[in-house]
Design a protein around this ligand. Structure first.
Ligand SMILES: NC(=[NH2+])NCCC[C@H](N)C(=O)O
Ligand SMILES: [Mn+2]
Ligand SMILES: [Mn+2]
Length: 298
């Protein structure tokens, strides 16, 4: 794995309806992310937070909430991530709601022929403005990256699509809207729902996912939504869904990714310190980061 890491924060909550995820980057830093990575002898540079314009520049003539602000913030993120990858540095992005994956993927994907994506999440985030039950853009980033949805989201950073359906693996899904299920079926996206994880166990699921991606991709982005974890352990998220992954399973998943050495960029999103219990969810994000970057007990 790349020894040089650049941290980029995007303190944005405009892709969903609850205040608080804009404080995610501070909470993750406060939980000791940088020290943890430095402890692994990695060279870490914190590029700070991207500024977010809260007021709309134009009135959006769509049912997508805060579209112009989300596009503006994501365009800045795409620029920064693009520059980071160009320098040969590993981009590590702290959110913010999950709509920021649109910008992260836009900045990364042009550097690869076949970028793989691991979407670690309770949700598919495969809605478009037609299928979304909420109008919240954080439920749309994976669809947008596939080239589906509103033009200003799909065309962000100047090219479409960012990922191919066969290069995506979703892990931990347990809340999928009807339109998302249809898209998964239609595009043949590989999804390990909680059902497969319970039946096969995390070791087998990760082994499968890693082998699958290794065969077809030349880089893999990890997009980790903390609501993939069970809310009893990770309460600091805006859209909790019961029946989720444990912290232990998630650690194992990260350790297996570290061993396979396939991850080339990552983001940790949806940490909401206002809903959290003593910064526990942010601390879990940091713990998982440790494992992802090769922390070992012996
Ligand atoms: N990144 C997330 N937490 N996404 C939750 C999405 C929830 C729901 N599917 C929606 O479209 O509104
Ligand atoms: Mn998500
Ligand atoms: Mn989610």
């Amino acid at each position: 794995m790349n020894k040089k890491i650049a941290i980029i924060g995007l303190p944005m909550d405009l892709g969903q309806s609850r205040r608080g995820v804009d404080m995610g980057p501070s909470a993750i830093r406060y939980a000791g992310a940088i020290e943890r990575l430095q402890g692994l002898h990695l060279e870490v540079e914190d590029l700070g937070d991207i500024s977010v314009q809260r007021e709309a520049q134009t009135t959006d003539a769509t049912n997508l909430k805060n579209l112009s602000q989300v596009v503006q913030a994501n365009s800045k993120l795409a620029e920064m991530v693009d520059r980071t990858v160009t320098k040969g540095v590993f981009p590590l992005v702290f959110g913010g709601d999950h709509s920021i994956a649109i910008g992260t993927l836009a900045g990364i994907s042009k550097h690869y022929q076949n970028l793989g994506v691991i979407w670690y999440d309770a949700h598919g985030d495969l809605n478009t403005e037609e299928t979304s039950p909420s109008g919240n853009i954080h439920g749309m980033p994976l669809a947008a990256s596939l080239g589906m949805g509103h033009d200003s989201l799909t065309k962000l950073h100047g090219y479409v699509p960012k990922v191919k359906p066969e290069n995506i693996v979703v892990i931990g899904a347990r809340s999928l809207d009807p339109g998302e299920r249809e898209l998964i079926r239609e595009k043949g996206i590989r999804v390990y729902t909680m059902h497969e994880i319970d039946r096969l166990g995390m070791p087998r699921v990760m082994e499968d996912a890693i082998n699958y991606l290794k065969e077809r991709t030349d880089g893999v982005h990890l997009s980790l939504d903390l609501d993939g974890l069970d809310p009893s352990e990770a309460p600091g998220v805006g859209t909790p869904v019961l029946g989720g992954l444990t912290y232990r399973e998630s650690h194992l998943a990260m350790e297996m990714l570290a061993e396979a050495d396939i991850i080339t960029s990552a983001e940790f999103v949806e940490v909401n310190p206002i809903l959290d219990d003593k910064n526990k969810t942010a601390s879990m994000a940091v713990g998982l980061m440790g494992s992802l970057f090769g922390e070992k007990l012996k």
